[in-house]
Design a protein around this ligand. Sequence first.
Ligand code: FES
Ligand code: MG
Length: 601
Amino acid sequence: ARTFTAAENKYEGVEPAVPLRSKKWFNNVEDPEMTSLYTERYLNSGLTLSELRPLNKPMIGIAQTGSDLSPCNRHHLELAKRVRDGIIANGGTPFEFPCHPIQETGKRPTASLDRNLSYLSLVEVLYGYPLDGVVLLTGCDKTTPALLMAAATVNIPAIVMNVGPMLNGYNGPALVGSGGVVWDSRKLLAEGKINEAQFINRVALSAPSVGHCNTMGTASTMNALAEALGMALPGSSSIPAAYRERGACGYSTGLRIVDLVREDIKPSDILTREAFENAIAVNTAIGGSTNAPIHLNAIAKHIGVKLDCSDWMNVGYELPLLVNVMPAGEWLCEEYHRAGGLPAVIAELLAHDALPHPSALTVSGQTMSENCLGDFTTDRRVIRPFDTPLVSKAGFLNLSGSLFDSAIMKTSVISAAFREQYLSDPEDPEAFEGPVAVFDGPEDYHHRIEHAEHVQAGTILIMRGAGPLGYPGAAEVVNMIPPGHLIKKGIELPCIGDGRQSGTSGSPSILNASPEAAAGGMLAYIRDGDRIRIDLKKRTADVLMSAEEIEQRKTELGTYEQRGLVPDSQTPWQEIFRNEVGQLSEGMVLNRAVKFQRIAQ
Ligand code: FES
Ligand code: MG
């Protein structure tokens, strides 16, 4: 395991090279009246003038995402103490403040609705308060992108610290991973093998300690990618929440943010096009979540880097899956961390010239190569050699055609059975074709799936009305399972949808289809029995209808909204969100927020 250290007290009496923005609040000689007003009330919290006024004393924000409503990140309430210690030891003054909670498993209708709300509120805090730098306390799925998006927009020095994954879950001797246990148990319940109480008990076994999901779901993925982008200390993202190293990492992160302010290293110095390409390569190697393109494309938009889903395929598809962690593999994040975590993955990529940009800068002040070169894994069961990976060509495909402009498919989780059934047409081994069964949102699917007689082996399940507009925020519902009688025969069905899928799901669905039905996408106009063809070799997805038939169908049916299939907003934010937001392929950002870049003064 890595040790986290940095020099202390090296700034005693040394003026910063660039004047600190916080001194416009606390030491503004041109406006003593405002300085006095700002200063007296912060003194009121128990601080002293010597912690606020000196020109060499940076004010460091700690963006706290832990709370009782956010159990995944709740351990940050404890870890923040070590972050504060590090900030003070290096000559800074810490200011911890709360972020809008985003709990993946708690928020209705979906936590992803709140990513942009948390982003907006953090932009206001970072811009409007006397902060010279910020520590972003991340963890649960959407917290990491929300905080990075805001740091990108404001562009004051920033560093990410993850809360860390939970310890391993066990059911008897068997490992039980977050999320995956839900999908497995759902099948057992449908087959009548367990009852509801057993369902809940099985799932609870996967969560034995503080921390976020212990599989390579969206939380572990997004924190690994924050590190791969260069925004977190090397080796930090995988440390389990309950390990002592996690506290030490908090201290080092606190020390380092003060250095970043002193060295004037900002997010825009780190979040370059090169950094995003590195993160895409890493995402393939770790078997990362299908939510990653949405969130990284969003961060890129806010820092002003051009990035889209075709980059994910072009940079990431050909690379291998190295990390043997659920859902694509067998182990959990504890083994992954003990095997060396992300530096070991990057060392493996570097040794095979497979990290696109080894010289990309990171928050350590060193390059990715300087951080990780030669840090090979100590456990080849968990981090596989580049030449004998778990899966080769394991990245995402970006499909387009008459069904949608863009949708993502995670190829590392395509099962042998699925390949046999759908990818082995002798005419074209990488195409499949079939009739569709269409569902309007998750509720419609749950009501009808068990009695849907037209759903048979060979049917392609379509979920629509689940995108950013149709299900405010875009629901994680595209991993549909077939009716119980087909599951009993071992039959899997391909799924396509305009919503998302949990990063913990091992289902090879075609996801994030954009434009969604509610935004006028073709998915709105297909119906049960229409035939579609997916050609993975050509990266296409088409409905087998002529242009005239498509036009006629559109006239006949009217838009998704005209048919009453778009629900009313339930809250003011849902209404504002839907008026402002873009599609999943574009990162689902607030369109009018993108023009505000590097706004800190
Ligand atoms: Fe929060 Fe998975 S539910 S990290
Ligand atoms: Mg999720």
